[in-house]
Write a protein that binds this ligand. Structure first.
Ligand code: 0T9
Length: 383
């Protein structure tokens, strides 16, 4: 454990031992302080839109084929932020703050160069297991992403394996009045580098982007696999059954944290995505107790815990964290006593998702159905 501060080596070693035995949900495990992040998981859905111009560009395409390519390009371009940004900002992957039930995060990306404003809304819809639901919308362009996330973790060969549960649906309002739908599933993660105290993520297996006209698989490989390079992927776009006559096939290969190009189809040789330039972080909305979100706004809620972690005052961090957890326990007890349930603010939980079932079949996605959190359209918040 070279990256582990000497005083925390034994606690890191016992943490590693315990993850080998705790399977399923790592979110509530106690970690040595050096590996704690001051950012809650409710902020992570912002990674979906750190290239707002690629999100809005989905609406600007004039054919089904071009639109699908724009969706895949936007998706691939989010991966660098989703899976490597903590290494860049904090030196390694870190354990995010585990959100409380009802925790909220709202944000936006401004309207620049006619791309329209994009709004983000996140709500922690379950605490145990942790489930985060989100909606991201560019209203002026008619592009909207709604999804939820959960994780199932296990330990294998010294790495943490994270199976992502949940999915997202992207909808695009077309000039014709129709709505194009894209089902998006999520890759599997392996967290390596644990032994050294310097965790980082590699992606594996396959995720899907499926609409009624196209099936796109994205295969992920790390060092030593098809291109030999870390963070490699291969995206294969094929027309869905019945669309083969009018739509073309494409293959794209590269590394998702840098660039990729077309390797098969009419655009062979051309660049596909390029994320070597800057990204645009979300602007958080709210965050003071008098606002609509009150104490449940993530940065407000975790303010003192985050300050403790950032400034190395871990006694304060753990004291403040205990306060939040005790308050949560009391709320759950009170709800049981009153026979009530915590009301979700923006989402409604349902057991199955018809869009997932219909499109999932085209990509042979398993499981055959998944639950979902339907976004109530009572948003954006009145500023
Ligand atoms: C959805 C993303 C997800 C959330 C995080 C596995 C993880 C929690 C979930 C999947 C986002 O769209 C993408 C990126 C990073 C994922 C996190 C990485 C991570 O380590 C945590 C888990 C719960 C841990 O904190 C494990 C313990 C820790 C010591 C390893 C650094």
């Amino acid at each position: 454990g070279e990256a582990v501060p000497p005083a925390q080596r034994s606690s890191w070693a016992s943490f590693l031992k315990s993850i080998a035995s705790v399977s399923g949900d790592l979110s509530s495990m106690t970690c040595p302080p050096f590996i704690l992040s001051p950012v809650s998981l409710t902020e992570f859905p912002a990674y979906w839109c750190e290239h707002p111009e690629l999100f809005s560009a989905i609406a600007d395409q004039n054919s089904e084929e071009q639109r699908t390519l724009a969706v895949v390009k936007w998706f691939i371009s989010t991966l660098k932020g989703q899976y490597t940004s903590r290494n860049e900002s904090m030196g390694s992957e870190k354990k995010p703050l585990n959100p409380v039930l009802g925790e909220l995060f709202y944000g936006k990306w401004p309207d620049l160069n006619g791309r329209g404003e994009t709004e983000l809304l996140v709500e922690q819809v379950s605490h145990h297991p942790p489930i985060t639901a989100y909606a991201i919308e560019n209203k002026s362009k008619g592009v909207k992403l709604v999804g939820h996330n959960a994780q199932k973790t296990s330990f294998s060969g010294g790495s943490i394996i994270v199976k992502q549960l949940g999915h997202a649906t992207l909808t695009v309002k077309l000039p014709s009045g129709d709505v194009a739908e894209y089902l998006i599933t999520l890759p599997r993660l392996r967290i390596d580098g644990l032994w050294y105290g310097a965790p980082y993520i590699e992606l594996s297996e396959t995720s899907w982007i499926v609409s009624k006209s196209y099936v796109c698989s994205v295969e992920y490989k790390g060092k030593g696999y098809f291109s030999g390079k870390t963070h490699s992927f291969k995206a294969t776009l094929n027309p869905a059954p019945g669309f083969g006559g009018s739509l073309g096939s494409h293959v794209v290969e590269g590394t998702w944290h840098t660039t990729s190009k077309f390797t098969s189809g009419p655009k062979t040789g051309l660049e596909f995505h390029n994320v070597t330039g800057p990204k645009e972080e979300v602007t958080a909305i709210g965050g003071d107790t008098s606002g609509e979100m009150g104490e449940f706004e993530t940065r407000q809620l975790w303010k003192l815990v985050a300050k403790g972690i950032r400034e190395g005052d871990f006694d304060m961090a753990s004291r403040e964290k205990s306060k939040i957890e005790n308050d949560q326990r009391q709320r759950r007890k009170d709800e049981i006593a009153a026979g009530t349930k915590w009301p979700l603010k923006h989402f409604v939980h349902v057991d199955s998702d018809p869009t997932y079932e219909r499109l999932g079949k085209l990509g042979k996605i398993s499981p055959a159905t998944e639950d979902m959190y339907v976004f109530k359209e009572n948003w954006p918040p009145v500023a």
